[in-house]
Design a protein. Structure first.
Lengths: 265, 442
């Protein structure tokens, strides 16, 4: 297994029997044979497609005016079943959708969430974009990689902004957003995934409240009614708040939020 | 202070279900809108002055009015591919109040006379997609979607479409290609989507927050809504504050309040002892502003006047402990990764910018490389089908221009550490141009 000692193969684990090119699937990265015709639309009689996958793809195709729109949903479904967009998975989608494997491969390689190489089932995307890295995401990613080690079940990836900078640094663990994470959480996540438990329940994004203090139903929310500030007072408000803010007392957020409450009421 | 329009009691348990949403007056705006003629709904949208909340800030009512009239198949697409770094407001809305978006989409589709609608949500938002899927099913069961809604002549279908992770799909034409099942490459404009969009049909594309605001506009009346905010930036806006602040998160503000009020007042400012070094007023694609710009009012025109933009309303704060070179390099790498590769200036420009910034980072560059970086950014801007290249060029060139001293100091320090010696700044211009390459002799 020389391929495992370096380069591409080194990212893959040794527990699973693999071919020299690092894959469990023979020939998936063979060079194109120019003497052969390109693969056409797979023959339904010769391609076996799991029934559940076929039904999901057909249901997706029925939702759109043009069946081709179902390409991404279909690839999602196939990847869920196969673990990655393997040639076999692509062929099954191609067979149901009546598209060429080349078309679907072109789509699958464009999007970050589709993998055309084998990956572990436990997906951990660590956001390393600007807002998260300002709060230590790069160290978190390193810790996450170390915690997962070379376990072939894990697919730990640095990902672009996942849209949860309020809980930075954060990660998406099998689709569930968790944060803000400490470095020590990396070990916990790996352990919980191995045990099949819910990951860091107390740090789940879904249980988090909006940061805006008034959203809970405070003073601002309750003042229903038609009184709205006329434009003329808007500028006065800017000046007032600008002058007030620099030396304002940080502990008393509510007061500073409504410095002009009297003007408005 | 204005009342909250979008975030009003948004953490109320069960708001994602239709029962709680209706108990709070949900779908009443829809019923009222469906009793109005289409023109009146459109007039309300025009009167409201609502500007697109996704980034470009284009007037929403005007966009609706661009769609051709007639019986042709028209489409409404909600852009929920929120992938601009620093932006996470749509996620909050979809997750906590999905029916507000659904209701807004039905009203907007009614105004535009569109019968097929789609929500393109980014693939990473799996949890939010599930919540929306349930909300759509509830709305269908309640008769708010389908044939002849509430006895009116308006019929509409709504399909949730999950993407699969590509920043470019937030660009409207890239999104359309992706929704058609292709690689998400942007298209040449014109034709604009209003004339030729999804499946070649006239298409209205709006951001989640824009559409979610529509029920409020119908409830208040367009003219009344326009009284909020400033003359040209009406209404309230969700801002996502992130980075080096003590209370990152989403806040609803009335447009026109001071930026300092948002960064320090709401989000708590940087950690004690730290100062704001620079901030992005509208996502990572907006040119950076410095600490003194925090006194500017936060609205579309003030940000534009300051040489930046309000964009998606995502404020990223960077404090004085972070080297500006790191910020520039991080961003450039992101745009290199996300460039779809269709247009040469963007594909090559992002790549070269990363390479040059890496040279700056490692101390192989000279100050002259900063000029080359700036000129590469100039070559990208305006020369591609979409603005992804510009989205890197604008912040990077603004950082190089505004923090040139720091870039040069970094280069000098790194060169010295590498044993290359400092370039001769004090040499006559001729010597600098014609002499030995800077830094070869110490």
């Amino acid at each position: 297994m020389s391929a495992l000692s370096g380069g591409h193969g080194s990212e893959l684990a040794g527990d699973v029997a693999r071919y020299g090119h690092g894959s469990r699937i023979p020939g998936w990265d063979d060079a194109v044979d120019l003497t052969k015709d390109p693969a056409g639309i797979p023959d339904p009689a010769l391609t076996s497609v799991p029934r559940e996958l076929r039904e999901r793809i057909e249901a997706s195709m029925a939702k759109y005016p043009d069946f081709r729109s179902a390409a991404i949903p279909a690839l999602h479904a196939a990847q869920e079943l196969h673990g990655w967009c393997s040639p076999e998975a692509i062929e099954q989608v191609a067979c149901v959708m009546r598209l060429t494997p080349a078309y679907l491969t072109a789509v699958a390689t464009f999007y970050d969430m589709f993998s055309t190489v084998p990956v572990g089932r436990q997906t951990v995307y660590v956001c390393t974009n600007i807002s998260c890295s300002l709060r230590g995401a790069d160290e978190l990613y390193a810790a996450m990689q170390e915690a997962a080690g070379d376990d072939p079940d894990f697919n730990v990836r640095a990902f672009e902004c996942l849209g949860a900078c309020d809980i930075a640094p954060m990660a998406s663990v099998n689709g569930a957003y968790v944060g803000p994470l400490e470095l020590s959480d990396a070990e916990t996540i790996v352990a919980q995934l191995r045990a099949g438990d819910e990951v860091l329940p107390e740090k789940q994004l879904l249980r988090r409240k909006v940061a805006d203090p008034r959203a809970a139903g405070g003073a601002g929310a309750s003042s229903a009614g038609g009184d709205r500030a006329p434009h003329a007072s808007a500028e006065a408000e800017h000046n007032a708040s600008a002058a007030k803010a620099p030396d304002a007392d940080h502990s008393d957020a509510a007061d500073r939020l409504f410095p002009d409450e009297d003007h408005r009421a | 202070m204005t009342e909250l329009l979008l975030f009003d009691r948004i953490d109320e348990p069960g708001l994602a279900t239709i029962d709680v949403y209706k108990r709070r007056g949900g779908y009443e705006a829809l019923e009222r809108a469906l009793r109005m003629p289409r023109e009146e709904v459109l007039q309300n949208l025009l009167d409201s002055g609502l500007r697109g909340r996704g980034g470009a800030g284009f007037a929403m009512g005007k966009k609706v009015s661009f769609l051709p009239k007639g019986t042709i198949d028209k489409y409404l697409v909600c852009n929920a591919d929120e992938s601009e770094p620093g932006t996470f407001k749509d996620r909050e809305l979809m997750q906590k109040s999905p029916h507000m978006l659904v209701e807004g989409m039905i009203i907007a589709a009614y105004a535009a006379d569109a019968n097929r609608s789609f929500i393109y949500i980014r693939g990473e938002y799996e949890q939010q997609a599930e919540i929306l899927e349930r909300a759509i099913a509830e709305a269908e069961a309640a008769g708010y979607l389908g044939e002849r809604i509430l006895g009116s002549d308006h019929s509409q279908s709504l399909v949730l479409h999950r993407g699969a992770g590509a920043y470019i799909c937030g660009e409207e034409t890239g999104l359309l290609d992706s929704l058609e099942g292709k690689r998400g490459n942007p298209r040449l404009k014109p034709p604009f989507p209003a004339n030729q969009g999804l499946y070649q049909g006239p298409t209205l594309i709006n951001n989640v927050e824009t559409l979610a605001t529509v029920p409020t506009i119908i409830r208040m009346g367009g003219a009344e809504y326009a009284k909020l905010g400033t003359d040209t930036s009406t209404g309230t806006k969700l801002v996502s504050v992130s980075g080096n602040v003590q209370r990152p998160g989403n806040y609803e503000i009335e447009l026109g309040i001071s930026s300092r009020e948002i960064v320090y007042g709401l989000a708590g400012g940087p950690e004690p002892g730290r100062e704001v070094k620079l901030w992005f007023p509208g996502g990572s694609s907006s040119p950076v502003l410095k600490a003194e710009d925090l006194d500017l009012p936060y609205d579309f025109d003030s940000m534009a006047k300051a040489g930046s933009m309000l964009g998606s309303g995502a404020i990223i704060v960077v404090d004085d402990s972070v080297p500006v070179v790191d910020v520039a390099l991080k961003l450039a790498k992101f745009y290199r990764h996300e460039s779809c590769g269709k247009c040469t200036p963007c594909r090559e420009g992002t790549n070269w910018t990363v390479k040059m910034l890496q040279r700056v980072e490692s101390g192989e560059a000279t100050p002259m490389d900063l000029d080359i970086i700036a000129s590469v950014q100039d070559q990208i801007m305006g020369n591609c089908l979409c603005v992804l290249g510009d989205a890197m060029a604008m912040p990077v060139s603004s950082m190089v221009a505004k923090f040139r001293d720091e870039f040069e100091a970094h280069i000098e320090a790194k060169r010295a550490a590498n044993g290359l010696g400092a370039p001769h700044f004090d040499a006559p211009l001729g010597a600098a141009l014609h002499g030995a390459p800077a830094g070869v002799h110490s």
